[in-house]
Structure formats: structure tokens, C-alpha cells
Design a protein around this ligand. Structure first.
Ligand SMILES: [Zn+2]
Length: 317
């Protein structure tokens, strides 16, 4: 199933772009294979004066923090909304909070399962005498972040001139939130839905069934534009979301078809279903297949003797 990904020219770093009447974006200079051109921090509120909210202050980079503070000069910052605790999203919140007195809003601290998975990767790399591989691109996560205000699914965040509905959207990470801006029928989709790439599901904290559930609920919502933290806006988002769902469902079916032939460990499944794909991509593909297998296991469709052991063969139930 083809997904029509969306790309954009690299916007200038540290420059404030007015992207809609109530929304500005400042791009951080942290481009990578996981962040596209970098983290897009959004400022919601009037272009000058008045009160604003900031979504995903971004990485702890002095130049980005300075650019954000310059952008909101002469304005009151009332809310710092955090989609999740990966290092390209939340770490700059501390400095912005200190400079502006704004409160931080989030679902919770960095999840325990992500910390454990990271520590296991580091331990394995040390044992093998290698550098730890950032399989999900997220390293250790932002373990320092603690939201001032805990928010939950369905809650409203009301500011002076803007109102957000909070959506809890676990999948990429269990503490992921999206924020729907009522005044512009816009969803700030964080890493849950991105135009330029599919979302990484680093299992086991990343959960494909949660991800799909929270993708399906988007298809009946009213937002007509999404603004992800990375990459361009997504206009007419529902067909795009449906294509992303179909892509994952297809992948699960391919895995089930492979296991119907014979029980197989993850790498054998990868070699079959990614045989037309460059071998260098087989490792990240394995992480994705693992997320699918855990999701199918949760549904009682597949099993493995030891689902934490990458070598263990999987089979249909
Ligand atoms: Zn992320």
C-alpha cells in the first residue's frame, strides 16, 4: 500500500514563520534520520502582544532556546505543552519555563519501560564492545522532565485566546499527547502522525495496538489540518491516516503469512518480507517486526517461547 508522504524544503533555522493566524513555528537545528529537518516548535496565540502557548519547546540547544525567547518577546507565555518526553521534544521546556514562568503540561514523566529498554541496549553494546545503537532514535529520553500539570485524555486546556482539547495517544511512546486547537480545527500531532515518515514504535513501551487504536479514533474527528512536530502540515489528514493504518495492517498480515509457512525468529521473517529492501535497513525493520509480533501476541494470534529473546522463533496460535 503506497503512502503519499509529504516533504518540505528546509525552512531556515531559528526564524519565526507565521504558519496560520494563530500559529507560528520555529525550527531547531537538530536534523537527523529521525527528526527530518529538525524539531518544529509551535507558538500559539497572537503574533504580537497578549498571551501564547508553546508546544514542544524542543531539544536543549542554546540557539533554539534563544530563538524561541526572541519570538515571544513582549508576550506572556502561559502554557508549555509537551507531546512526549523524547529528547527532541521536551528538554528545552526547563529553560523556557525559567525564563518565562510558564507552567509545563504533559501526560507524565519518561516511561519506565523506555528507560529499561535503553539500559538494556547500552549493556548489550558494552558487552559486544560497540557503541549503543539508537534503534528508536531517542536515546535515553528526557528523564528530568516532570510536568507541573498532569493532563489526561479529553481534558480542555483554556488559555487567553486559545483552547486545546487533549488527546492521549500512546503508541510511539506511552506518554504521548496530541493537542487539538479549537479555534483553527487543527491537531498538533507530535510524532503520532507525521507527513514525512511513518512513526517508530519502539516496543515494548511503544505499542502497535495502542498506536492503531489512536489512529483509528482520528478518522472520525473534525480536524482538517495536522501540524506534526517534524515536517510539513498534513492537509486533508483522514485519507492519509487511513493509508498509514492500512500499511500497518498489511505488514501484520505479511508476518502472519510467513508464520503460516513455518515458525520463524524475527530476522528470518525480516529477510523474507523485506527482501527487496537494502540490508542496512534490516535492523530497524526488525524493531518494527518485533512491535508487530508483540501486538499480535497481545491479540492471542502468535506466540514465542521467550518473546524478549530476539532469537526465539515465533509461531501461530
Ligand atoms: Zn518521539
Amino acid at each position: 500500500m503506497a503512502i503519499n508522504h509529504l516533504f518540505e524544503e528546509k525552512p531556515p533555522y531559528g526564524v519565526t514563520e507565521q504558519v496560520s493566524p494563530l500559529v507560528r513555528r520555529v525550527l531547531a537545528e537538530n536534523p537527523s534520520i529521525f527528526t527530518y529537518h529538525g524539531t518544529g516548535t509551535f507558538i500559539i496565540g497572537p503574533p504580537e502582544g497578549g498571551t501564547v502557548a508553546i508546544i514542544d519547546p524542543g531539544p536543549k540547544e542554546d540557539s533554539h532556546i534563544e530563538a524561541l525567547l526572541k519570538a515571544v518577546d513582549g508576550q506572556k507565555v502561559s502554557h508549555l505543552l509537551i507531546t512526549h518526553t523524547h529528547p527532541d521534544h521536551s528538554p528545552a521546556a526547563a529553560a523556557i519555563k525559567e525564563a518565562t514562568g510558564a507552567s509545563t503540561f504533559g501526560f507524565g514523566s519518561h516511561p519506565e519501560l523506555s528507560i529499561k529498554a535503553y539500559e538494556a541496549r547500552v549493556a548489550k553494546a558494552i558487552e559486544e564492545g560497540k557503541e549503543p545503537e539508537p534503534e528508536d532514535g531517542e536515546g535515553a529520553g528526557d528523564q528530568d522532565f516532570v510536568p507541573d500539570v498532569l493532563v489526561f485524555d479529553g481534558e480542555e486546556i483554556v488559555g487567553d485566546g486559545f483552547t486545546f482539547e487533549v488527546l492521549h495517544t500512546p503508541g510511539h511512546i506511552s506518554n504521548h499527547l496530541c493537542f487539538s486547537l479549537n479555534e483553527e480545527t487543527t491537531l498538533f500531532s507530535g510524532d503520532h502522525v507525521m507527513g514525512w515518515s511513518t512513526t517508530v514504535i519502539p516496543a515494548p513501551d511503544g505499542n502497535l495496538n495502542d498506536y492503531l487504536k489512536n489512529m483509528r479514533r482520528l478518522t472520525s474527528r473534525a480536524e482538517n489540518i495536522y501540524r506534526p512536530t517534524h515536517g510539513p502540515p498534513i492537509e486533508n489528514p483522514v485519507p492519509y491516516v487511513e493509508a498509514l493504518i492500512a500499511h500497518r495492517e498489511n505488514r501484520s498480515q505479511q508476518i502472519l503469512n510467513e508464520l503460516a509457512k513455518k515458525p520463524a525468529p524475527i530476522m528470518s521473517i525480516v529477510k523474507e518480507i523485506y527482501k527487496d529492501v537494502n540490508k542496512e535497513l534490516h535492523k530497524p525493520a526488525a524493531a518494527s517486526v518485533y512491535a508487530h509480533l508483540l501486538a499480535l501476541k497481545e491479540e492471542g494470534r502468535v506466540t514465542a517461547e521467550n518473546s524478549e529473546d530476539f532469537e526465539s522463533p515465533w509461531q501461530l496460535i
